[in-house]
Design a protein around this ligand. Structure first.
Ligand code: PBG
Ligand code: ZN
Length: 326
């Protein structure tokens, strides 16, 4: 006899079939985006040391990589270009024959059904490594906007389905929308990096994309990790400027932000980016035998979905697709 009546939660936990039946959050490869680094100079291709399992791809060989992603039924890639040369204006970002337009054309020629999202920023292309034009040692917001717009139009013209401004310049979404429409690209969507924190978790990415700032940091335009009300304002502003999808980045340490943005700005699909540092921390611990990589990957991605993300960008996307099939 039990002394008093109590709820026995384990009744629904005892069998896999029942557990699956009552599962509230699902993870599917169709909700994943795989980030892809493409190098203009084939000599820059190869493994990224701080991100085991991730590589910079040359244009030749891109088709093979895309086939592997498509075979796993991952619907989209997020493209980052590594130019052969950098300059103060980041001209490689908006060169119509630059690395991203070239990569988009090749991907679309090989797999027209693969959705291509092109990241729009200058930091991979500027010699100083900042996300915009530098004036008096500061990133000049308004001088940067037209260059971002030129890049977005070049990517749309090459066939990108979505452009994703990541530089955290104020007004970048409105500027891109106007420029895309002016050029007749009404149907090119904008995924706004609306809520992008000044995070130390981008470290390995800056190694992969060779875009660490040569002086200073990005705190004058990326968000303070201490803030959340500001995140809601950023998301609302980008939605009002015409963003078709909104992003929160990083993901794992910002689940509260994902949940709040989901509620506060319900009109746009929400994307979360599990960034390079999140990836590398899991990889490093797993390589040491300290955690079970597969279980941790599935757990972290499920948590990001549970918090409210519709779509997750992850360097684990291909692995997850394999796990889900097994
Ligand atoms: C460039 C950009 C960064 C990331 C995506 N786009 C780096 C940064 O802002 O310094 C980070 C992605 C990752 O860490 O995986 N603006
Ligand atoms: Zn940038």
């Amino acid at each position: 006899m039990t002394p008093y009546s109590f709820k026995r939660f384990r009744r629904l936990r005892g069998r896999p079939a029942l557990r699956r039946m009552v599962q509230e959050t699902t993870l599917s490869m169709t909700d994943l985006v795989y980030p892809l680094f493409v190098a203009q100079d084939a000599r820059d291709a190869g493994p990224v040391k701080s991100m085991p399992g991730v590589a910079r791809h040359a244009l030749d060989g891109l088709e093979r990589e895309i086939e592997q992603i498509a075979a796993r039924r991952i619907p989209a890639v997020l493209l980052f270009g590594i130019p052969a040369r950098k300059d103060d204006q980041g001209s490689g970002a908006w060169d119509p024959d630059g690395i991203v337009p070239a990569a988009v054309r090749r991907i679309k020629a090989a797999r027209p059904d693969m959705a291509v999202i092109a990241d729009v920023c200058l930091c991979e292309y500027t010699a100083h490594g900042h996300c915009g034009i530098i004036r008096d040692d500061r990133v000049d917001n308004d001088a940067t906007l037209p260059l971002l717009a030129r890049a977005a139009v070049a990517y749309a013209r090459a066939g990108a389905d979505v452009v994703a401004p990541s530089s955290m310049m104020d007004g970048q979404v409105a500027t891109l929308r106007a420029a895309l429409d002016d050029a007749g690209h009404y149907d090119t969507a904008i995924l706004a990096y609306a809520v992008k924190y000044a995070s130390a978790l981008y470290g390995p990415f800056r190694d992969a994309a060779a875009c660490a700032p040569k002086f200073g940091d990005r705190r004058s335009h990326q968000m303070d990790p201490a803030n959340i009300r500001e995140a809601l304002a950023e998301a609302a502003a980008d939605a009002a400027e015409g963003a078709d999808m909104l992003m929160v980045k990083p993901a794992g340490a910002y689940l509260d932000v994902i949940a709040r943005v989901r509620e506060h700005v319900p009109q746009a699909p929400l994307v979360a980016y599990q960034v390079s540092g999140e990836y590398s921390m899991i990889k490093a611990a797993a390589a040491n035998g300290w955690i079970d990589e597969r279980r941790v990957v599935l757990e972290t991605l499920t948590a990001i979905r549970r918090a409210g993300a519709d779509v997750v960008i992850s360097y684990f996307a291909k692995d997850v697709a394999d796990y889900l099939v097994e």
